[in-house]
Design a binder for this molecule. Structure first.
Ligand code: FES
Length: 111
């Protein structure tokens, strides 16, 4: 496991998101109520861009077919709401542990 520096904490305003491609991972980092949440940027259903999704508290709704994921746990809280969901199921997404040190944001990547 490695801990990697992503950016200065000031680069992600509250209720906003920033994306990173690092160590072959494609990660979206959301900031909600002062806390950072890092998840895979692409939806587990059909790779919708969760960074373009609708943030609602500590959940993110996929812009393509409406799956909702917990930013805290990665749990799939609501499956795709369209016919596309009948053909391919969504599943829980991957989350990454974040930390802040000296005003910089870090993420833990398992190798
Ligand atoms: S791609 Fe995200 S719900 Fe379909």
């Amino acid at each position: 496991m490695s801990t990697l520096k992503l950016c200065s904490v000031s680069e992600i305003p509250d209720n906003d998101v920033k994306t990173f491609k690092i160590e072959n991972k494609d990660i979206a980092v959301f900031k909600v109520e002062g806390e950072f949440y890092a998840i895979d940027r692409l939806c587990t259903h059909l790779k919708g861009n969760l960074a373009k999704g609708k943030l609602d508290g500590k959940t993110i709704k996929c812009p393509l077919h409406g799956s909702v994921f917990s930013l805290k746990t990665g749990e799939l809280l609501r499956p795709p709401g369209t016919v596309a969901g009948w053909f391919k199921k969504a599943k829980n997404t991957h989350i990454y542990k974040t930390s802040v040190k000296d005003d910089f944001l870090y993420v833990e990547i398992k190798e």
